[in-house]
Each structure stands twice: as structure tokens, then as C-alpha cells.
Write a protein that binds this ligand. Structure first.
Ligand SMILES: Cc1ncc(COP(=O)(O)O)c(C=O)c1O
Length: 398
């Protein structure tokens, strides 16, 4: 047997990996034994008691699945087609009848992003992908993983709690035709700062005039203002552009995070071109995961198909959204310097704290947030909110 040193190259030659900072944070928090610790790092919705329960509607759907599912034989590369049909009007609204738009099930929003970028890279390997800074830390590596160049545009000024809108528009104006503009549909992660309707109009104008390809990541539909309101930008973009790519996730709004439920949507200028694009999508998906996992999408399918369960889910979604907005208002009212949090949407906001201040909160108060100052507002149980805001205000005063 040859030793590793004698082989040309082997597993022993792999360099160390710079592990995802959010995953590192979860590990640090888990290892902290202080009972009063506060975890506002991980991005899952929590109720007032600090739990992430399974939705009642999903539990019922899962029970029906157990009782009635007769087979687990293969479904095919597109997964559960009815799941995508049921999602269609929720995501596309007035565009649901446009047959130049097709969607298919993916393993979560992350799978949809990867698949969408693979498709765009196959179509135009020279396209650059413009992404806002800051963005979800997984965006740039996914873009680079398909061989596309990732280029930053300014999005948010943390010190002022405001979108750098003019800078963003200038950067998009400067892009080349065929470049891809990555945008967050709603509930911007990590900042919570969403584009206003007027700002969306302006972004849509620039994207369509410059001939950019919009790729909208919508992972939190219903967590901001409401299902339709949160899809405003998606639908406006569909009004104006012939080519649009959408990565959608059900993992948060159905609270099925680990079940990996999402979808990819592609619009082109004609039914024929969309069919060709989707044939590529199917081929790429086949090479990556063959078929998406069924269970979570099957449960979502049951909820959306049954009028009563669907109605109940809308109620559960409102409950999740209302808690997000209520916690935001409570934090915002604690100090004028936190007022911006009350005007933002979704689970995340960024505190204007230095890395040292974030580490001090970790050390002195067992408060775990990302080094960037990003925190999950509903990571806080009701009982933790006052202690959290007091510690943050103390850090801001220091
Ligand atoms: C902006 C954004 N896009 C996509 C995703 C991926 O979602 P999923 O868990 O469905 O893969 C997330 C998850 O945190 C996200 O924040």
C-alpha cells in the first residue's frame, strides 16, 4: 500500500476549511453552560417561550401522510409537481397564469439558489453576479461555486440603519447587460431593511433598462407584512422583465427548516425558451441531487390543498409574523438608538456594534449574536427581551 506521501495527491492534502461563522456561533452557544444564555444567532422563528414548535397544520398533514401514503417509490426529478402548482399563486400572484413561468421543487431555498446559479452560469459563464453588501453569508460562496464572478454593490449603512439606495442604484446602472442582480424579495437577511415600493420601482426600472437578469431570493414570504405584500418586488419585476429567476423557500413560513422545502422559478420570453431552460434545470438537478426530498413538500402540499388547513396555516403564519413585529416594537421603544428596528421586517436586524462589543456581550451577558451585529429578533423569548435590550443599550453607551 502506498502511503499518502507517496500518492500524487490525496485527502490528506486537503487544506483546513474556514467554517461558516454562523455555524461556529451555534457551536459556541451550545457549549456555554450559563443557564441565562441568549441565542439570537441562529435564524429560526421562536415563540414567546423560546421554542420553535412544529406548526399544528404541518403535524396534521404529517399524520395524514403516515395514515394514507401508500408508497415511497420515486417521484421524479421535479419532485412533487402539485406542490409547485399550489405555491404558484402564492408566489406569483397575478402572474400565476403566465405560462412562460415554470417552477420545480428543490431542497430548500439553498438548493434553489444553487440550481438557479448553475442554470445562469450554463447560459452565460461570463455574467457577473452583483450582490448587495451585506448579504446572507452563504450567497457569495454559492455564486462562486458555479464559477461565476461575485461582485458587491453597496446596500446598507449599519451605523445609520438605512439602505444606501443611491449607491446601490449607481452600481446597478454601472453593470453590464447580461449581468445578474441578486436581490432579496423581503425580510432582508441580515439587515431587515427592505426596499420600499418606490425603491422597488426604481430598481426594476434600472434592471430592465440595463438588461440585467434579476435573481430574487425570497426565503421569508409572509414574515414581513403579509404574503402578497412581501411578494411586491417579485411581481413588479415579473411585470417588467422577460427573464427572471426566483429562489423560494417554505422552510421558514411553514417552519419545516430541516425538511428542506423550496422551489426554483424561471421566466423567459417564450414558452419554448422556458421549456429549454427547465430541461437544463432538470438535467443539472439530476446531477446534483437527482430528486428533492419528499416529506416536507408533501406535508406543505396537503396543507395548501385542504381549504381548512390552508386557512389555519394562514393564521399560524400571522401569529409568527405578529410576534416578529411585536418584539421589534418592544426593542425599538427601549432606546431612540434602536428605533430603526421597529421600521424593519423579518427576523433579522444589525446592531451598530463593533466586533469587540459583540464579543463583550457574549462574555459578560452570554448573549450570542453574529460578529457583524446581526441578531434574530425572535431568537428572544418574552422573558429575555428586557435583559437583552438593557445589555445592548449598555454596550451602545460604553
Ligand atoms: C436570504 C436567505 N436565502 C435562502 C436561505 C435558505 O433557506 P433554506 O433553509 O430553505 O435553504 C436563507 C436561510 O437562512 C436565507 O436567509
Amino acid at each position: 500500500m502506498l502511503t499518502t506521501a507517496e500518492k500524487a495527491r490525496g485527502l490528506a492534502d486537503l487544506p483546513p476549511v474556514q467554517s461558516d461563522s454562523l455555524l461556529q456561533l451555534i457551536a459556541l452557544c451550545n457549549a456555554d453552560e450559563r443557564p441565562e444564555k441568549i441565542d439570537v444567532g441562529v435564524g429560526v422563528w421562536r415563540d414567546g417561550a423560546g421554542n420553535t414548535p412544529i406548526l399544528k397544520t404541518i403535524k396534521q398533514a404529517e399524520q395524514r401522510l403516515v395514515d394514507s401514503q401508500a408508497s415511497k417509490s420515486y417521484l421524479g426529478g421535479a419532485g412533487d409537481k402539485r406542490f409547485a402548482e399550489l405555491l404558484r399563486p402564492i408566489l406569483l400572484g397575478q402572474h400565476a397564469g403566465d405560462d412562460r413561468i415554470t417552477g420545480l421543487q428543490t431542497p430548500g431555498g439553498c438548493g434553489a439558489l444553487r440550481l438557479g446559479f448553475e442554470l445562469l452560469a450554463a447560459a452565460n459563464p461570463n455574467a457577473r453576479v452583483l450582490f448587495g453588501a451585506p448579504t446572507w453569508p452563504n450567497h457569495p460562496p454559492i455564486i462562486r461555486s458555479v464559477g461565476l464572478q461575485a461582485v458587491e454593490y453597496p446596500y446598507y449603512e449599519r451605523g445609520q440603519g438605512a439602505i444606501r439606495f443611491e449607491d446601490m442604484i449607481a452600481a446597478l446602472e454601472d453593470a453590464n447587460a447580461g449581468d445578474i442582480a441578486l436581490l432579496h424579495g423581503c425580510c432582508h437577511n441580515p439587515t431587515g431593511a427592505d426596499l420600499s415600493e418606490d425603491q422597488w420601482r426604481e430598481v426594476v426600472r434600472v434592471v430592465s433598462e440595463r438588461g440585467l437578469v434579476p435573481f430574487i431570493d425570497i426565503a421569508y414570504q409572509g414574515f414581513g407584512r403579509g404574503l402578497d405584500e412581501d411578494a411586491f418586488g417579485v411581481r413588479l419585476m415579473l411585470d417588467a422583465c422577460d427573464e427572471v429567476v426566483l429562489a423560494q423557500s417554505c422552510d421558514k413560513n411553514f417552519s419545516v427548516y430541516r425538511d428542506r422545502v423550496g422551489s426554483l422559478w424561471v421566466k423567459t420570453g417564450s414558452v419554448e425558451t422556458t421549456a429549454t431552460a427547465m430541461a437544463h434545470v432538470s438535467q443539472i438537478a439530476r446531477e446534483m441531487w437527482s430528486m428533492p426530498p419528499d416529506h416536507g413538500a408533501a406535508a406543505v402540499h396537503i396543507v395548501l390543498e385542504d381549504p381548512q388547513l390552508r386557512e389555519e396555516w394562514l393564521g399560524e403564519l400571522s401569529t409568527m409574523r405578529d410576534r416578529i413585529n411585536a418584539v421589534r416594537q418592544r426593542i425599538a421603544s427601549a432606546d431612540p438608538r434602536l428605533a430603526f428596528i421597529g421600521k424593519q421586517f423579518g427576523m433579522f436586524s444589525m446592531l451598530p456594534l463593533s466586533k469587540e462589543q459583540v464579543l463583550k456581550l457574549r462574555q459578560d451577558h452570554a448573549i450570542y449574536m453574529a460578529d457583524s451585529g446581526r441578531f434574530n429578533v425572535v431568537g428572544l423569548s418574552d422573558a429575555q427581551i428586557d435583559r437583552f435590550t438593557a445589555a445592548v443599550v449598555e454596550a451602545l453607551d460604553a
